[in-house]
Each structure stands twice: as C-alpha cells, then as structure tokens.
Design a protein around this ligand. Structure first.
Ligand SMILES: Cc1cc2nc3c(=O)[nH]c(=O)nc-3n(C[C@H](O)[C@H](O)[C@H](O)COP(=O)(O)O)c2cc1C
Length: 239
C-alpha cells in the first residue's frame, strides 16, 4: 500500500478465537509495536455463519453469499489495512474452526478466481500458539489463504508457550516472544510503502492470466480479469 499522509499504518487483526489468551496478546503486542490505527475482530463473535457450500460466491458473485452483509465489517477493515494479522491458537494441529470458516468464505478472492488488487501490496502476519506443537501447520492454514488472496509479504510467528493461557506463560518464554515480536515489527515498518509481490505470486498471476484469457471456465472470473485490465497490460501491484 502507498503510505498515507500521517504515515500511519492501518492494521486489521482477525483473531480466530473470542478470548484474550496467549495468541491474542501476541497479536496485539505486535500491532502496538508496529504502531498505527488498529481494528480488531474476534471469531466467532464478529462472524459466525457457516459456509453452506452453495458456491454462489464463485458462480455469481461475492454479494450472492447468504452471509455477505455479516462479513462486511471485517472485509472493509481487511481491504483498508496495510497490515493484516491473523491469529489462532493451535487446535488439534490446525487453525481454529471459526478462523477456518472465515477463510472458507473468502475462496472467491483467491488468485485462481477474483483476487482484490489492493492485496498485492499488503503485508500480513500469521500468529499461532500451542502448548507444545502444531504451529507450523496452523500458520500454514492461514498463510495459504493470505498467499492466494495475493498478499505479497507474509510473516509467520509460532510459539510453543507450554501453557493454556497467557497467565501461565513463563517470563523466559515472554522474553523470547518479545524479541521475535520486536524483530518482525521492525521488518514490517521497513517494508511499509514498498511491498511488491515475489516470484511465486507473479508466477501464479501470469498462469491465471493465461487461463482467464484462453480457457476461462468460470464466467464471473473471466469478466473480472478483463474488467481489471489484467488480461491486457494492467498489473495489480503497479500504480
Ligand atoms: C481444543 C484444543 C485443542 C488443542 N490442540 C493442541 C495441539 O494440537 N497441540 C498443542 O500443542 N496444543 C494444543 N492445544 C493447546 C493450545 O493450543 C495452547 O494452550 C494455546 O497456547 C492456547 O492459546 P490461547 O491462550 O490463545 O487460547 C489445544 C487446546 C484446545 C482447547
């Protein structure tokens, strides 16, 4: 995203849990360390409707989703954010069900369908905590969606906190967390205003550009890519 006049980042935190445990605290700590306008959401409190698998979002448009209106506060914050933070505790080695359900609702935004142009210049962080293990697969659950939404710079932070809540996290672990948070916050600040997609994102973009131009099997996707000018010379990461 281009820097705004106040040079303040818009930060959207989407927590895959309602409670303020270790995962929430680390996400919040990172956002505050980066600094900016922070908007936070909790799932399922702020969005709890399950995807019914009607595929209307793919075949007709996102507005046809039964839960379109309910998602809008989060979607608006997501689209306006310079930095997206997704958090989830590890539940049986994966992201929480409310987080997964939210991500399911965004399938139509994947690069293979109709990604939002503004995603290609955003940064995002996946944060997970576990008692012992499962952070890698949990962060991957969230990072897969971020990548396929087109987000160009994705950081992953996983912590084995050996605790079931924030109070139970030892000082020694907190020091480690603090160090990692400081490091990632610095990287995010350095990249702000200068984020461009890497090779993997570009490769997917150009592969899908060819698909949409030559084969296009989903009419709304073909229409979208044409309207965006992406099948011609326009690129979502260039102004
Ligand atoms: C339903 C459930 C499943 C869990 N599964 C795992 C797991 O697979 N691996 C693990 O190490 N910890 C697991 N835990 C422990 C939590 O991931 C861990 O305590 C985490 O730090 C909690 O984060 P929170 O304080 O933000 O709630 C599980 C906890 C719950 C409630």
């Amino acid at each position: 995203m281009i820097k705004n006049e106040e040079n303040e980042m818009n930060i959207a935190i989407i927590n895959g849990q309602n409670h303020k445990g270790s995962t929430y605290h680390i996400g919040r700590m990172l956002a505050e360390r980066v600094g900016g306008n922070i908007t936070e959401f909790f799932l399922p409190r702020d969005f709890s409707d399950y995807c019914v698998g009607c595929s209307q979002c793919f075949e007709v448009g996102a507005e046809s989703c039964l839960h379109y209106e309910a998602q809008q506060p989060i979607i608006k914050a997501l689209d306006a954010a310079d930095l997206i933070i997704l958090t989830s505790p590890v539940y049986v080695y994966h992201a929480s069900a409310p987080m997964k359900n939210f991500l399911d609702h965004q399938g139509h935004r994947w690069l293979v369908h109709r990604p939002k142009a503004e995603m290609f210049t955003k940064q995002a962080v996946c944060i997970s905590t576990a008692a012992g293990a499962g952070m890698k697969s949990t962060n991957k659950d969230m990072a897969d969606s971020l990548f396929f939404w087109g987000v160009s710079k994705i950081y992953k932070m996983g912590f084995a906190v050996r605790a079931i809540n924030w109070k139970g996290v030892t000082d020694k672990t907190r020091v480690k967390i603090d160090r990692q948070v400081e490091k990632v916050a610095g990287q995010i600040r350095r990249h702000y205003g200068n984020v461009k997609p890497g090779l993997k994102t570009r490769a997917w973009f150009y592969a899908m550009r060819m698909v949409q131009s030559k084969f296009g099997w989903c009419a709304p996707d073909v229409k979208y890519w044409n309207e965006m000018g992406w099948t011609k010379k326009v690129r979502p990461w260039k102004k």
